[in-house]
Write a protein that binds this ligand. Structure first.
Ligand SMILES: [Zn+2]
Length: 225
């Protein structure tokens, strides 16, 4: 099927799922994967079971008072922290595109995000900055933080998240240029080892005029400093 943004999506059977359940993935050309678990209740129970297993195997007693409700809480928490898999970007953006003559830079700065690294399932968090040069269309301002959130609430690597944000802006708005910069502090590097310094990781993705024109990039980078 082709939606109104020209994003084609087709359903494909996913694999790698336990219990013989077949998950459905709608895979889009830019690598965005929307996932709907066929049975949310059994999925939650599986997560709870897995958390109990972890507790029992790190030296805890999963049945003691303080931990009795923990597997359930963690399962509900993952539901929230990883809710981005369930978000349909097409619905999210619906009715928020506006025609304009405007050809200047639109910048949304300091978008706070919280994500989880896919290597350790520990949080990373920080701010994202998104700019585009409108070319006939602009998007409602509140939608950009929601798009960032949609990608942040998945298991991620910061570099990929940065490009996914850029790709979707590019795909939806077909602007003259897109720039995305993401700052992130990663708990997996902060909590492990003995280093007391906590570097901020900085990733960027540039498209169109931002890629071609060094001055445009400089302007963007100076605006987010
Ligand atoms: Zn990590």
């Amino acid at each position: 099927m082709i939606n109104k943004f020209g994003i084609s999506a087709h359903l494909k059977n996913g694999n790698g799922h336990h219990n013989g359940t077949i998950s459905e993935f709608a895979i889009r050309p830019n690598g965005i994967v929307d996932y709907q678990h066929p049975d949310k209740d059994s999925a939650k129970q599986e997560v709870e079971r897995a958390v109990s297993t972890i507790l029992a195997n790190v030296g805890e007693d999963p049945t003691r008072d303080g931990l009795a409700g923990t597997p359930g809480r963690v399962a509900r928490m993952y539901d929230e922290l990883l809710a981005g898999y369930q978000v349909d970007p097409v619905k999210l953006v619906n009715n928020a595109l506006f025609d304009v003559e405007y050809g200047e830079m639109v910048l949304v700065r300091d978008i706070e995000y919280f994500s989880m690294c896919e290597h350790h399932m520990l949080p990373f968090y920080g701010r994202a900055h998104v700019a585009y040069i409108a070319s006939g269309k602009v998007i409602g301002l509140s939608k950009i933080p929601r798009l960032v959130d949609m990608f942040a609430r998945r298991l991620q690597v910061q570099e990929r998240m940065t490009h996914q944000i850029g790709d979707i802006i590019q795909e939806i708005l077909q602007p003259a240029g897109v720039a995305v910069a993401v700052e992130g502090q990663h708990m997996c590097s902060m909590m492990r080892g003995v280093k007391k310094e906590h570097p901020v990781m900085f990733t960027t993705a540039f498209y169109g005029e931002f890629k071609e024109d060094r001055e445009m990039r400089k302007e963007f980078l100076s605006l987010i400093r």
